[in-house]
Write a protein that binds this ligand. Structure first.
Ligand code: MCA
Ligand code: AMP
Length: 505
């Protein structure tokens, strides 16, 4: 049996033939037949460039249907797709290329010179461009290539993708996801959420993360439904498109913005059958306000880059505000003591661990990190603190990892602190997430100056600009004389969060 996920997709794609796969408001349209043909041409181009089975293909491009076709082409030939946030700076990209050693880096034409320089420095043999209007050198090569109609036979543990997730101690870790990981989760979700070929997903998420790439696109491909690709979230466009859509997937910021808008009514959402939220906690307040204004209960689910989706509120049945629902079919969870790893009694808070066909097989070239987080019995330590109620619903109550989630993007304080601490005028710093009305949490830096230094907020931010993706940069910088510490000398971030809790309110 061929475990190549593309073999499963291709079967459905052939059945759906001339039906819409991806459309855009600019008039682009790929039917399933078009997508099959285009992915074969791109697969031919990749082969011509020298990409072989198992090679990584790093991709930092603006959102377009062709980027998804490139993902499909990689699956087809058994290459490993490695999407990168378009917000990453050259310095951040250098790390990913040197760590992943891709055979090809696909970038935006506007940054080609810099990309080529970084590729040369990191030993990446090929760079191609891809634009948003089906343009770029990769598309030119695809047009001239001999299409590869074959689907490379693969085993269960062969890699489909590597997605980098920042490490709590500095270096980003590449989560290795197999064809089975992605396929099993897509199948589970398409059933759990009652997807049918008639669905039309309004796709406003970025496509370099699990949510917009796997949850949205793989479920669509598994079902043979269609997607309207929007470049980004824009409330005006969402309101225009909802009468022609059936599903929206978003991070909580999407929903807080929609709820705050007078145009959100039962009428405008009448054609929609499902609103999904994830990537960060959706407040019960937003959940309730959305239901009051539309009659729709947002379906909240919970996942991670390493695991795809783990739990979901039910499609039929109570979608309970403030919970992430029950484990999905095939996914096991347990709540454990943070110190001993022993399971705690039902109803107590502990570390959430998950196991299932959705769970990744390890971190790229980091066997020790893998052993620390992926246990021998197959359970993965999520770093999330949870409680399971008497009806089996999981409540995520906190995080045991030092992580800020801003508008659905993860920011690891350590990475920001290390850069701030590089400044000679800075003695030390602590970065925390504070309640933020739009982004859920706002990245905030608390800095202790060196004696005699007069560095201000602008000085700190200027140092980060260009080194760190914009969304990771602090929205505010505070200066203090000392950081609060416990008796062990550890910075008490809880104390800082308490003191500064009203910063953005
Ligand atoms: C933009 N900015 C941000 C963010 N996004 N700052 C902090 N956090 C952010 N998320 C910056 C912009 O650079 C800009 O800065 C300023 O904030 C305001 O931008 P705005 O136009 O309001 O932002 P936007 O373009 O509307 O974007 C907000 C957004 C977007 C729609 C929430 O960030 C987004 O699409 N987030 C989704 C992330 C996502 O897909 N996460 C899934 C990860 P300036 O004005 O200074 O230039 S997958 C995952 O987590 C797991 C597996 C899961 O369970 O799904
Ligand atoms: P990522 O590194 O992007 O995979 O982010 C995964 C993390 O996002 C999880 O470990 C959780 O902390 C958080 N997360 C995702 N979905 C939810 C949710 N529905 N509620 C609370 N936290 C969530």
């Amino acid at each position: 049996m061929n475990h190549n996920l593309f073999a499963t997709f291709a079967k459905r794609m052939r059945e759906r033939d001339d039906a819409d796969f991806i459309t855009t408001r600019e008039g682009q349209r790929y039917s399933y037949a078009d997508a099959l043909a285009a992915s074969a041409r791109l697969a031919g181009a990749l082969t011509g460039i020298g990409v072989q089975q198992g090679d990584r293909v790093a991709v930092q491009v603006d959102k377009s249907p062709e980027a998804i076709l490139l993902y499909l082409a990689c699956l087809r030939i058994g290459a490993v797709y490695l999407p990168l946030n378009t917000g990453y700076t050259g310095e951040e990209i250098r790390y990913f290329l040197s760590d992943a050693e891709p055979a090809l880096f696909v970038c935006r034409a506007a940054v080609l010179d810099e990309a080529q320089r970084i590729a040369t420095e990191t030993g990446c043999p090929a760079v191609e461009t891809l634009g948003t209007a089906a343009d770029g050198s990769l598309m030119e090569k695809a047009a001239a290539a001999t299409p590869r109609e074959d689907i490379v036979p693969l085993g269960e543990r062969d890699l489909a993708a590597i997605l980098y997730t920042s490490g709590t101690t500095g270096r980003s870790k590449g989560a290795m996801l197999t064809h089975r990981n992605l396929g099993s989760n897509a199948e589970t979700l398409s059933q759990a959420w009652h997807f049918t070929p008639e669905d039309r997903l309004i796709h406003a998420l970025p496509i370099f993360h699990t949510h917009g790439l796997f949850v949205a696109c793989n479920v669509t491909l598994m079902t043979g439904s269609s997607m309207l690709f929007l470049p980004k979230f824009d409330a005006d466009v969402i309101f225009e498109e909802m009468p022609r859509g059936s599903v929206l997937m978003g991070v909580p910021t999407f929903y807080t913005r929609l709820v705050a808008d007078d145009r959100l009514t039962p009428e405008v959402t009448a054609n929609m059958r499902l609103f999904v939220s994830g990537s960060a906690p959706l407040t019960a307040e937003t959940h309730q306000a959305f239901e009051e204004k539309t009659g729709h209960a947002i379906l909240e689910r919970y996942g991670m880059t390493e695991t795809n989706m783990n739990t979901s509120n039910p499609y039929d049945g109570a979608r309970r505000a403030g919970t992430v629902g029950r484990p999905l079919p095939g996914v096991e969870i347990r709540i454990t003591d943070r110190e001993t790893g022993e399971e705690v009694p039902q109803g107590e808070i502990g570390m959430l661990q998950v196991r299932g066909p959705n769970v990744f097989i390890g971190y790229w070239r980091m066997p020790e990190k893998t052993r620390e987080e992926l246990l021998e019995d197959g359970f993965f330590i999520t770093g999330d603190l949870a409680i399971v109620d008497d009806q089996g619903y999981v409540h995520i109550v906190g995080r045991d990892k030092d992580l800020v989630i801003s508008g659905g993007y993860n920011v690891y304080p350590k990475e920001v602190e290390q850069l701030i601490d590089e400044l000679e005028e800075v003695y030390e710093s602590a970065v925390v997430g504070l309640p933020h009305p739009d982004f859920g949490e706002g990245v905030t830096a608390v800095v202790v100056r060196q004696a005699g230094s007069r560095i201000n907020e602008a000085g700190v931010l200027a140092h980060l600009n260009g080194r760190l993706a914009k969304y990771k940069q602090p929205k505010k910088v505070f200066f203090v004389n000392t950081l609060p510490r416990n008796t062990m000398g550890k910075v008490q971030k809880n104390e800082l969060r308490k003191q500064l809790q009203d910063t953005y309110r």
